[in-house]
Design a protein around this ligand. Sequence first.
Ligand code: MD3
Ligand code: FE
Length: 203
Amino acid sequence: PMEIAPDALWWPGRLDRPAQEALVEEVREVLRAAPLFQPAMPRTGKPLSVRMSNCGPLGWVADASGYRYQPFHPETREPWPPMPETLLRLWADFSGSAVPPEACLVNWYAPDARMGLHQDRDEADFSAPVLSVSLGDTAVFRIGGEARTDSTRSIRLESGDVLRLGGRSRLAFHGVDRILPGTSTLLGVEGRINLTLRRVTAP
Ligand code: MD3
Ligand code: FE
């Protein structure tokens, strides 16, 4: 892998096309049980452009009352569907963590969606890495340091890429500047899916 920031490892094209297709099928099954919802900014209630869902015991949600992890879908109130075996295996292969992931956030980017520069701080355990898998259209991804003003570098995350954010990169600022529509045929529509697998609770 390539180290794109201290302790941030990037495996470009790590999943071949059949593996990507199998993952997309599993994501579709997750989304049948737990439909995409539109998260909103705390306080203002301004909608984020990325739509989301989750699988696993806990899921990340965002609404006017705040950002948090909870065990059920914010609209259906149903428990999140189980984490597919394929994702558990990916975590075992890439995370370097001996314990299973507790949450998989599914992010859906329409061609015009983006994600502003932010830190992931809603987890009670920063010792475990975050594992990201990209599917569909390419994203222009930006990563900096632990201060918002630190310099950033940007890379193009393509379908099948795997990224592990651990150690010194776990609290790095990062975001998605834009999607490059039409760069992948995987999903049959323009847009991108990103999966992030995480530990959430204190060790
Ligand atoms: C760096 N997702 O869900 S994945 C997120 O492409 C998020 O959907 C982006 O940022 C996406 O919070 C980026 C790569 C990623 C994920 C988590 C990180 C980079 C990270 C956590 C810490 C540092
Ligand atoms: Fe993030």
